[in-house]
Design a protein around this ligand. Structure first.
Ligand code: FAD
Ligand code: UDP
Length: 368
């Protein structure tokens, strides 16, 4: 008999939901977390009466009602609609790409005029089947929007040429022929009132959590403390990089408290040129209309990632996906280890998807 039923590595969304569900059916869980707080990347902290998203803007959005109801048991959500603005060399454009953007870019006033312009630019670029992000973007919105609103931002974000990136990344963004600046197409969207950390605190009520504890600092001890391990860190690190290193993208957040009420008038402004070193500035109070005489902003700088640093984005191109599949084959043969979340499953997951895959993992466990 081991001391715990489950050792859960990582107190992010995956680890916390898994622990919550297992605790509910009487399983004894221990969570270890290398950071000094719970919540992983959705962690928020109150500063100046404002909930600050410490690891970048987090907007909850989902189409699936069951997942919306699931997360709503832990918090009430406001009715925030994300409508970021793009700043290209000082000129502002609405996002995602919609009739407002097309009007600002070309002066076109009807959907047909916008479609004709995009079609003309797509033909000029001679694209029949989009093989990469550059071609996909030009076929969706034309060359002008690609050059001003996509190319610089994307190459900063990923550190690679758009022609070397997979097309699916840009398909995350809606393209609309209506005057609608809602960044997401999902039915449900909002920000939890009181911040995301409260959600995770609720999930972890009554569950033992050890912070500042890295699995790899005492791997043998942790491997033997529970009947099963749920691992939400990097899958290649778990296997000591035996097949080679997966690539990740890093980020740096520069936070500033300003002695003014309103800095930029919107929660998210993207800087889409290639020279500005950051991709976006977030002004946190606009996520939930926080009343404060001060404001807190965060500049988000993408950067290359190297071992030992915080990994933020998996890079799901062909080369890395192939390597990940080798790790996954190994992981599938494990009886006592479950890999979960963005790093354990090496997938560019939004929060709703993490909830979905965690609940699937919980169901699979219950049925074993
Ligand atoms: P994580 O949050 O990364 O949690 C993993 C945890 O494991 C971390 O706390 C980590 O410290 C810990 N850990 C790792 N290795 C070890 C170890 N060896 N020992 C102990 N602990 C370890 N999603 C949306 O739906 N909407 C958004 O607007 C949105 N914006 C985002 C913006 C940014 C900048 C980023 C990076 C992500 C965004 N996401 C967004 C995605 C969202 O953050 C993830 O879907 C979610 O947080 C993933 O949860 P997770 O548990 O898989 O991973
Ligand atoms: N993107 C862009 N310009 C923008 C915003 C996004 O080119 O102003 C592209 C970029 O390639 C990015 C992708 O669209 O990686 C997906 O954007 P999203 O906002 O979903 O990125 P995330 O918030 O997950 O970093």
């Amino acid at each position: 008999m081991k001391e715990y039923d489950y050792l859960i590595v990582g107190a992010g969304l995956f680890g916390s939901i898994f622990a919550y569900e297992m605790n509910k059916i009487g399983k004894k869980c221990l969570i270890i977390e290398k950071r000094n707080h719970i919540g992983g990347n959705i962690y928020t902290e109150e500063m100046e009466g404002i909930n600050v998203h410490k690891y970048g803007a987090h907007i909850f959005h989902v189409n699936d009602k069951k997942i919306w109801e699931y997360i709503n048991q832990f918090a009430d959500f406001n009715r925030y609609t994300n409508s970021p603005i793009a700043n290209y060399n000082g000129k502002l454009y609405n996002l995602p790409f919609n009739m407002n953007t097309f009007y600002q870019m070309w002066g076109v006033k009807t959907p047909q005029e916008a479609k004709d312009m995009i079609e003309k630019q797509r033909k000029e670029a001679n694209i029949t089947e989009a093989k990469n992000l550059e071609e996909q973007a030009i076929s969706l919105v034309g060359k002008d929007i690609y050059e001003k609103l996509i190319e610089g931002y994307t190459e900063k974000q990923w550190g690679k040429k758009c022609s070397e990136l997979p097309a699916f990344i840009i398909k995350r963004l809606p393209v609309r022929f209506t005057f609608d600046n809602n960044y997401f197409n999902d039915l449900y969207q909002g920000i939890p009132i009181g911040g995301y950390t409260k959600i995770v605190e609720k999930m972890l009520e009554g569950i033992e959590v050890k912070l500042n504890t890295n699995f790899f600092d005492d791997k043998d001890k942790w491997l033997n403390i529970a009947d099963k391990i749920v691992f939400t860190g990097m899958i290649d690190e778990f296997y000591d990089y035996c097949y080679g290193e997966l690539e990740y993208r890093g980020l740096e957040f520069e936070e500033e408290t300003l002695d003014m009420e309103n800095f930029q008038g919107n929660a998210v402004i993207n800087y889409t040129d290639s020279k500005t070193p950051y991709t976006r500035i977030i002004e946190h109070k606009h996520f939930d209309n926080a009343q404060s005489e001060k404001t807190v902003i965060t500049r988000e700088y993408p950067k290359s990632w190297s071992k030992g640093e915080e990994a933020y984005y998996p890079i799901n191109d062909d080369k890395n996906s192939e390597l990940y599949n080798r790790y996954k084959d190994k992981a599938d043969k494990e009886d006592n280890v479950i890999f979960g979340g963005r790093l354990g499953m090496y997938k560019y997951f939004d929060m709703w998807k993490v909830i979905e895959v965690t609940l699937e993992a919980v169901e699979a466990e219950k049925n074993r």
